[in-house]
Ligand binder design. Structure first.
Ligand code: EZ4
Ligand code: CO
Length: 402
């Protein structure tokens, strides 16, 4: 089965998505997600100008060989743009293989290891009481795990808290906005948030929290320690992870589980973190981690060290990545949890999909391949719009890590 053509669909149904569509001479096509939040067109160009021309005429069944060809053959390795492009090609090829064999992707990855993938969603509020309401609302919808973020008193526009009344979306259209940050106020506030939360929602629901790389290791250690009474499912991205050994000091001080990796793109970004058992959950996901083929390798490596997966699943992972993550999550032994930030109705209409949510768990469905389509006519009505993640500065103007 030969690849006959491949093209990109760039659209913005409420937010930007870059989608690869690959056709074969047997009439089977595959879809891949290539969305890199705030840098979308760089990946589109990488694919269109440098990758897709090399793929025409190649055997679509040789997924591993094409992966190695793109990773090793480019000479320039790794990085989010490169790995998102490889990820899109890899997803499309797995989609084609599933359709060719008439079976859902999870079946090709070893079959289901569980009935469904536990997911967590987001609850955000401008203060503690709004956040408690938001967590209770998500629990009522059926979620058994919820990430809680609240506005920090004295810190304008805190991470994860929507401006106005619209639902939270990490990217904002136009040029990047700049918010303020105070580590001192944050560290004093967060334990109060979770103390109140546990009082109101009880002990059973899993609570998670995202620090978004804004602390030093010793500050993160203090936070983890102060949150121990409220037994979080995890503390996410406590400190920037370029320095992997930095996590050792967090580990020495706290039993709060640690999740990291949504900005990683290969195993090499987390090798030491996993090998030294400095983390509990690895958050790298299919699109940004070089596709299903590479993520499977990371998950298998992590399994040896009792590290489980907790794939990034914010709205910038298109429904194609969401499906891929659910197929992988259903199949691998060391699945931990999957992030599920619901897409807007319009996004779901552009990407009709077989995956479904039921009582806190998600299933990828049994359609052949990934089980996601794209309505190109609808997508065409929503062209790309420039958008960025916001930037934050400390009270004295210093740029934060995020
Ligand atoms: O900043 O998806 O856990 N989720 C997050 C998100 C990420 C964006 C990055 O594109 O941290 O808000
Ligand atoms: Co995060």
């Amino acid at each position: 089965m030969k690849i006959t053509s491949a093209r990109l669909i760039v659209c913005s149904p409420d937010r930007n998505f870059v989608t690869l569509r690959m056709e074969t001479d047997e009439g089977i096509y595959g879809l891949g997600d290539a969305t890199l939040n705030g840098r979308e067109l760089a990946v589109a160009s990488y694919l269109e100008d440098h990758v897709l021309p090399c793929l025409i005429g190649r055997d679509a069944s040789r997924i591993e060989d094409i992966w190695q060809y793109l990773y090793r053959g480019a000479y320039w390795r790794r990085g989010p743009v490169t790995m998102a492009a490889i990820g899109a090609v890899d997803m499309a090829l797995w989609d084609i293989k599933g359709k060719a064999l008439n079976t859902p992707l999870y079946n090709l990855l070893g079959g289901a290891s569980r009935e469904g993938c536990m997911v967590y969603t987001h609850a955000n509020g401008k203060d503690i009481s709004e956040t408690i309401d938001a967590v209770q609302k998500e629990m009522a919808t059926g979620y058994v795990a919820v990430r809680a973020q609240a506005g920090v008193p004295g810190v304008a526009s805190s991470y994860g808290v929507p401006k106005g009344t619209s639902s939270y979306e990490p990217a904002e259209r136009g040029l990047p906005s700049e918010g303020l940050w105070s580590t001192e106020r944050y560290l004093n506030f967060v334990p109060k948030l979770f103390e109140q939360l546990r009082q109101h929602v009880g002990e059973d629901v899993h609570l998670l929290h995202d620090v978004h790389h804004r602390l030093t290791p010793i500050e993160a250690a203090r936070l983890g320690k102060s949150l121990e009474p409220y037994h979080l499912f995890w503390m996410e991205d406590p400190t920037p992870a370029e320095l992997q050994s930095g996590f050792a000091s967090i580990r020495q001080h706290t039993t709060t589980p640690i999740a990291v990796g949504e900005v990683f793109n290969t195993l090499w970004d987390c090798k030491e973190l996993i090998e030294r058992q400095l983390i509990d959950y690895i958050r790298i996901t299919v699109v940004h981690g070089g596709g299903i083929s590479h993520l499977r390798k990371i998950a298998d490596f992590a399994d040896i060290y009792q590290v489980r997966t907790g794939c990034h699943g914010a709205t910038d992972m298109s429904p194609i990545t969401m499906a891929a993550a659910l197929h992988l999550g259903l199949a691998i032994h060391n699945f931990g949890i999957q992030e599920h930030m619901r897409h807007t109705t319009l996004t779901d209409e552009v990407f009709p999909h077989a995956y479904r949510f039921d009582a806190g768990y998600m299933h990828p469905g049994d359609a052949p391949g990934l089980g996601v389509e794209i309505d190109e006519a609808l997508a065409a009505k929503y062209p790309y719009q420039r958008a960025y993640l916001p930037i934050a500065r400390k009270l004295d103007g210093t740029l934060t890590d995020w």
